[in-house]
Write a protein that binds this ligand. Structure first.
Ligand code: NDP
Length: 331
């Protein structure tokens, strides 16, 4: 049994990850918050035995940590956890800069601990089915992808994501990173450049963007379009890949729940692909736990986290400069 420490008394740990840890055989032994009263209240409400404001105290008790603080804190918390020899499942974006993310991956490698990035969408049955269909040649040569990930940021999450650039606010670091990772996973291809425009439609404050559209070119030549927002309450999410011999049309699949369908359309007609409905976060934790025991890799590794951040950072650079931006994670 892995004994887990939660770094960050967060919504995602409360809504999804504590259950995912417990239902895959792990134990949540402690939670760390910047505020002792908040830590204690969170621990009580979520059945966690210990609450602390000390990262050292949390690390003393844990075999593994799940980091879901705001984005600017991930870097230092990963470095300290790695130094303590703990396996680390870290939320996306791994950090605010690609250099920091690289330093985190290097530190975990040097310490001999597993680092996973919690890109849940790789674990969705829909995306795994699309990846398999493409690998099996069912749509021929993939030419285009389109990602529809414009959602409405729920009222209880309308905080730092909209207001605080130093915490890594904005829809690109929040949502485009997921699109980027899902595209790399489904297509088994890496991107080379991106162009993007961002929008601030009034939900976010100051220079923070609450909407984005862009296009990514992949090594194969494939072009992928993304549309991300915090501001659209009635859009449907989706993920499509169009190839020379067929199209994959995923609907309602850019989501936390194991829902959504994938339609394959070819010259012979249409079929819905069979979809595994395993909980995405449970699969993420299960893969991470196996890796911590020496069996395989996390579903999304630290390197995958560098890639998704590199793509998001390049998209922000493109929006800022009105230029196409190269994507170079420099491994
Ligand atoms: P939250 O805003 O819920 O939590 C982030 C931090 O904010 C917490 O660590 C906590 O600080 C503080 N906080 C939270 N609620 C309160 C409150 N009521 N009063 C005071 N402080 C509060 O963030 P999320 O859970 O939405 O996101 C956390 C991380 O997880 C981010 O990196 C995000 O990108 C990622 N994420 C990933 C998802 C995925 O599916 N992979 C989905 C959602 C988020 P403290 O710990 O100091 O108490």
């Amino acid at each position: 049994t892995l004994r887990w420490g939660l770094i960050g008394a967060s919504t995602i740990a409360r809504e999804w990850m504590s259950d995912a840890i417990r239902s895959t055989g792990g134990e949540v032994v402690s939670v760390m918050s910047s505020d002792q009263d908040r830590a204690a209240a969170y621990a009580k409400a979520n059945g966690i035995p210990h609450a602390t404001t000390s990262l050292d105290a949390l690390l003393d008790e844990a075999d593994a940590v799940y980091i879901s603080t705001t984005n600017e804190l991930h870097h230092a918390q990963v470095l300290q956890s790695a130094r303590a020899g703990k396996h680390i499942l870290c939320e996306k974006p791994l950090a605010l800069t690609v250099d920091e993310a690289r330093e985190m991956v290097d530190a975990c490698r040097a310490a001999g601990v597993v680092l996973g990035t919690n890109h849940h969408l790789r674990n969705a049955g829909t995306h795994r089915a699309m990846r398999e269909a493409i690998a099996a040649g069912r749509i021929g040569r993939p030419l285009f992808a389109r990602v529809f990930h414009a959602v409405y940021l729920p009222a209880h999450l309308q905080g730092w994501r909209l207001t605080n650039p130093s915490a890594g606010a904005g829809v690109v670091l929040d949502i485009t990173v997921h699109d980027a990772d899902t595209l790399r996973f489904v297509l088994a291809d890496d991107p080379v450049e991106v162009t993007a425009l961002t929008q601030s439609a009034g939900l976010s404050q100051g220079s923070v963007e609450d909407g984005a559209m862009g296009t990514i070119r992949f090594k194969s030549g494939l072009l992928a379009q993304f549309h991300d927002a915090f501001t659209t309450a009635h859009a449907k999410t989706g993920f499509e890949v169009h190839g020379t011999e067929g199209s994959l049309i995923g609907t309602d699949c850019m989501t936390q729940r194991p829902v959504g369908d994938v339609l394959l359309r070819t010259a012979t007609g249409e079929e819905l692909l069979p979809i595994d409905r395993t909980n995405l976060y449970e699969r993420s934790v299960a893969r991470f736990t196996a890796a911590a025991h020496g069996d395989g890799e996390p579903a999304a590794t630290g390197e995958d986290g560098i890639w998704s951040l590199a793509i998001a950072a390049a998209a922000l650079q493109s929006a800022r400069t009105s230029q196409v931006a190269a994507i170079n994670p420099e491994f």
